[in-house]
Design a binder for this molecule. Sequence first.
Ligand code: OGA
Ligand code: NI
Length: 351
Amino acid sequence: MADESWRVPVPVQELAAGVEEPPSRYVQREQDRPGRLLLAADMPEPLPVVDLGRLPAADEAAKLLAALQTWGLFMVTNHGISASLMGDVMSVSREFFRQPLEEKLKCSNLKEGKRFQLDGYGADPVMSQDQILDWNDRLHLQVEPEDERNVAQWPEHPESFRDVVHEYASETKRMRDTILQAMARILELDEGYFINQIGDKAQAHARFNYYPPCPRPELVFGIKPHSDATALTVLLVDKDVGGLQVLRDGLWYNVPVMSNTLLINLGDALEIMSNGIFKSPVHRVVTNAEKERISLAMFYAVDGETMLEPASGLLDEKRPARYRRIKAKDFIAALQEHFSKGMRIVETLKI
Ligand code: OGA
Ligand code: NI
């Protein structure tokens, strides 16, 4: 039988402990490297901070609209999630990754040591031998619909892990709806438009990211440039270690870290539904030589049976559809293939 061991990379955390140079599978081609862009530019204007407690006040809604049209990424305050819960989520995540490998492998994303499934601990799928890998280990858990959770795959250690993640996921779901309603309102659509389109059987996934220090951060990506295929993503990032960067008009910018805030990242599905009024930003993560970094992305997807298409209320003779329609599940199916090659599927739908 052919040697398929290339499909099962050693966790980066294990690698990082022993190497002085990242192995060649992690090294980006010269033209793609973060290089000196590790020192990304200062933002031309600060990343917007939206006070969710003030919505739907007109000036706050205007700020939200401006954020969605420019960065597609913004911070939220007054989001109703307590600082202690946010702290607990970060610490159970950190504790999970600190455990010995054999403990983490109890949640492995490879069945029988080789067949890939989305839920679980490990690397992103390796689709080909020449795929360049990211300097990242992750734990992926489906959190919505709640009755479809594969709890057996959820870590048992630390002991509070499941409860903390459950509580956090309920809070971010509530916040998702607040933001989706505000987004529909600023486009003068029915307040429930996006929530209904997304559907009540839509999936959500938690992705716990672990980025070990990298001895040569200028050669690798923590996560290569991509946009999220979601409706929206709620990001909780390390308050001490940066690394997330966002692309705007051809330049990369460091995303600032501010405690007690969450980052909202608009996804491709809402770029399509808003007919391109809202931007799904291309973003990436760079690593550093000294410090590990943790983040938690909550990916809110659209139900697979939903037809992704620009909202008809936004279209008229002067404003034709700018995206071809596609079933959400076909969109998701094409995702991994595109991501592994560093391409965006949403580009292929533009008219
Ligand atoms: C992601 C992502 C950013 C981060 O998981 O899709 O973009 O800061 N993460 O880890
Ligand atoms: Ni992302």
